[in-house]
Design a protein around this ligand. Structure first.
Ligand code: 2AM
Length: 212
């Protein structure tokens, strides 16, 4: 492939470790659509069938970059590495506790009702770093979510248990179209390092004392 060939890129967190509960919610949603009287709001007879996101494609997007030449990957990687290092992020939890629909995009998703502070900082810093390279990014506010179904027009009121993601690395993904459908491939990763404080408290075997 030539370095000028554009590929579709985005930064995201990996959600595959929670594939089991996420796919269980996806199945509940599909059931609710199939039996609209029970747990479904919206168009009960959609024109197209919802398309489930496969277990290996589950992720939480941080920043969509669009089509870029592969020659941009080293510069993007350098920026991502600097952002992760400067923020000195330790792994953190994201509690997905809200089912919802983006009706225009026809995306059924699971989202956090409380966005963790480290996630907001990571997104903001990454956005700035990418803009500093002269790469245009969408200006719309960040709404973190994990997409479960595409081409979905019906929201559901089904009750589901929250799913906790562990954010432990930033990844640069390529979105590649294949005859079997879209595949999201990790091109590079920047792990978050456990903080010195938590390493010490684990090795000392003591719980951190309460402040105040
Ligand atoms: P999602 O985050 O809602 O799942 C690759 O296309 C990934 O980037 C998908 O996860 C997709 O949606 C996300 N994305 C964000 N903005 C996008 C856009 N304008 N076009 C395509 N994908 C976008």
């Amino acid at each position: 492939m030539s370095t000028t060939t554009p590929i579709r890129l985005f930064f995201a967190l990996d959600a595959r470790a929670q594939a089991e509960p996420l796919l269980a919610i996806q199945r509940r949603w599909l059931q609710a659509i199939a039996h609209p009287a029970a747990h479904c709001q919206g168009n009960p007879q959609p024109a197209s069938q919802p398309s489930p996101v496969s277990a290996e494609n589950l992720h939480l997007t941080l920043l969509f970059l669009g089509n870029l030449p592969t020659s941009q990957i080293p510069r993007l990687s350098q920026q991502a590495s600097q952002v992760v290092e400067a923020l000195a992020l330790a792994p953190f939890a994201i509690r997905l506790d809200r089912l919802g629909l983006f009706p225009k995009a026809r995306v059924a998703r699971m989202a956090p009702s409380q966005t963790p502070e480290p996630l907001l900082r990571l997104e903001a810093q990454l956005r700035q770093a990418v803009m500093a390279l002269g790469i245009p990014v969408e200006a719309r506010p960040y709404r973190p979510h994990v997409t479960l179904l595409r081409k979905c027009q019906a929201a559901t009121t089904a009750e589901v248990s929250p799913v906790e993601l562990c954010a432990n690395a930033l990844h640069l993904y390529e979105s590649r179209s294949t005859p079997e459908g879209v595949r999201y491939l990790q091109l590079a990763s920047w792990p978050f390092t456990p903080s010195v404080f938590s390493k010490r408290s684990v090795s000392a075997g003591s719980a951190p004392s309460a402040a105040g």
